[in-house]
Unconditional design. Structure first.
Length: 115
């Protein structure tokens, strides 16, 4: 079992930045992959970024070059640095951990990009 708690969401103007954080209840060394997903109103949840146990990363095309995922093994956290935010980035952002072939989700944090 893995509990995940996201934080860092909020309201930001277009072109601004936010940093989301996901805190895990167990050592992230034991977790296969940690991902960020997002869900905009009326849309399906979509993949945003991933970081593996080995530190490999990959991103959705829509966020490449603007978002960066990172991990802090001492704090058991995974962060998502989001730069040059656009209105279409508005969504609830969820952290997901894949552990022993099971997916665990956080409760989500709202990100709103608007002027």
């Amino acid at each position: 079992q893995v509990q995940l708690v996201e934080s860092g969401g909020g309201l930001v103007q277009p072109g601004g930045s936010l940093r989301l954080s996901c805190a895990a209840s167990k050592s992230i060394f034991s977790i296969d992959t940690m991902d960020w997903y997002r869900q905009a109103p009326g849309k399906e949840r979509e993949f945003v970024a991933r970081i593996t146990r080995d530190g490999n990363t990959n991103y959705a095309n829509s966020v490449k070059g603007r978002f960066a995922i990172s991990r802090d093994n001492t704090k058991n956290t995974v962060d998502l640095q989001m730069n040059n935010l656009k209105p279409e980035d508005t969504a609830v952002y969820y952290c997901r951990a894949r552990f022993n072939l099971v997916n665990f989700w956080g409760q989500g944090t709202q990100v709103t990009v608007a002027s």
